[in-house]
Design a binder for this molecule. Structure first.
Ligand code: NAD
Ligand code: MG
Length: 404
């Protein structure tokens, strides 16, 4: 017997944490191309009522969650006036509940920043498929996060284009037996951001809008600023360390302005395996959603005859100290990556609000790392303590540099 027409056939039930953001939008685009395979189980956001209401009307999820309780109340009232069947929940606990719901098959973790840690971990602990875009969660709590993946048997698939490329360039047996794979180095590529060729004077005067005008990728404002400072690449070095178990000294960053080669694996026999594609997040999203199968993402392959060149440069560490700071934090271990991340989040927010200049971001992170001393990160409470302490220090450092 076929189901009544108002009941959608059951595809894989997907939770999108951070549905109103850039990754959220790309995920919904890919899902919408495959209504036979995927259904939206829950959509979450911070407090954008209008956008989440539109998405609910379009995708009719079982649940919609706004982290902000007052915004959730508004969304509930708005949807009550429509035929939309979505149940609206509010608060961070509800974010974790939908992320861990037994009816959900996969969770796209695409909240920006430390706010994504609790719901992403909640999803990981249930052992389901987790598509990881929220790199900050892994950077903050690498050990705890990867231990939780191992304990629950969660299927963790990287969405960050570089890590997705590395995942695709490694043998399927890599997780089981990394030593046998013969990996010499991970070659992490990055576009270099909007200020790749900018002088130090130009960097000092950079505005938020200039920093967010990325030459290749269209992304949320926080990650756009991270790309401009190269902190994004630094966070990605730490992310690669945890995802693939490779030490910092075997992860090398290559600036590749065309963003066609999304990263490479250099093997002991001299082979280098890369994944190529147009710079569009729908590619890694489709890859991870369907893995180990492949589905259409809506993105075509690069037009090779129109590409003038594929070039690679060393990163300019003197002009972009954030990349070096991330390597230092990874080497220092303990809570240093959580401190780095927290200081960066605070500094980027202050820069976006025009309270500090672009070059102050690296200064504030340096000062916060120095003042924080050695902190542990072996339990979640310790990570959250380090995060909170680092934010206090960073805010003081921001005040010292604030434009009157
Ligand atoms: P975005 O700013 O466009 O969207 C962020 C989403 O997180 C929004 O839905 C927002 O409502 C939600 N959010 C923000 N603060 C929250 C809070 N306190 N509680 C609950 N939800 C909150 O960001 P984005 O560009 O989509 O990036 C999302 C994540 O994916 C980031 O961690 C980023 O580093 C990573 N990532 C993004 C890209 C990209 O191309 N955009 C590429 C690789 C990795
Ligand atoms: Mg990336």
């Amino acid at each position: 017997m076929s189901p009544p027409s108002h009941i959608a056939p059951r595809g894989q039930q997907i939770v999108i944490l951070g549905a109103t953001g850039s990754i959220g939008a790309s995920t919904l685009e890919v899902i919408a191309r495959h209504p036979d395979r995927y259904a939206v189980f829950a959509l979450t956001a911070h407090r954008n009522v209008e956008r989440l209401a539109q998405l609910c009307l379009r995708h009719a999820p079982r649940y919609a969650v706004l982290a902000d309780e007052a915004a959730a109340k508004q969304l509930r009232e708005k949807l009550q006036a429509t035929q939309c069947p979505t149940e609206v929940l509010g608060g961070t606990r509800a974010l974790c509940e939908v992320a861990a719901a037994s009816e959900a098959d996969a969770v796209m973790a695409a909240i920006v920043g430390a706010a994504g840690l609790a719901p992403t971990l909640a999803a990981v602990r249930t052992g389901k498929k987790v598509l990881l875009a929220n790199k900050e969660a892994l950077v903050m709590s690498g050990h705890i996060f990867m231990d939780a993946v191992a304990a629950s048997g969660a299927c963790l698939l990287p969405i960050d284009s570089e890590h997705n490329a590395i995942f695709q360039s490694l043998p399927a047996s890599y997780r089981r037996d990394p030593d046998a794979a013969g990996v010499r180095r991970i070659l992490l590529t990055g576009s270099g951001g909007p200020f790749r060729n900018a002088s130090s004077e130009r960097l000092a005067a950079a505005t938020p809008d200039e920093a967010c005008a990325h030459p290749v990728w269209s992304m949320g404002r926080k990650i756009s600023v991270d790309s401009a400072t190269l902190m994004n690449k630094g966070l990605e070095v730490i992310e690669a360390h945890w995802l693939f178990g490779v030490p910092a000294n075997r992860i090398e960053v290559l600036i590749h302005p065309q963003s066609i080669v999304h990263s490479m694996v250099d093997y002991v026999d001299g082979s280098v395996v890369a994944q190529l594609g147009n710079p569009d997040m729908r590619v890694p999203i489709a890859h991870a959603l369907a893995w180990p199968e492949r589905i259409e993402s809506g993105v075509s392959a690069p037009e090779f005859f129109s590409l003038a060149a594929l070039s690679f440069e060393r990163p300019a560490l003197e002009r972009f100290p954030c990349l070096g700071l991330a390597y230092q934090a990874l080497e220092a271990g303990g809570a240093a990556p959580a401190v780095l991340n927290a200081a960066n989040e605070e500094a980027v927010r202050a820069f976006l609000e025009r309270r500090i200049g672009f070059c102050h971001i690296a200064e504030i992170i340096t000062a916060t790392l120095e003042c924080s001393g050695k902190l542990d990160a072996n339990v979640l409470a310790a990570v959250l303590h380090a995060d909170a302490r680092a934010r206090e220090i960073a805010r003081e450092e921001i005040l010292k540099r604030s434009v009157p």
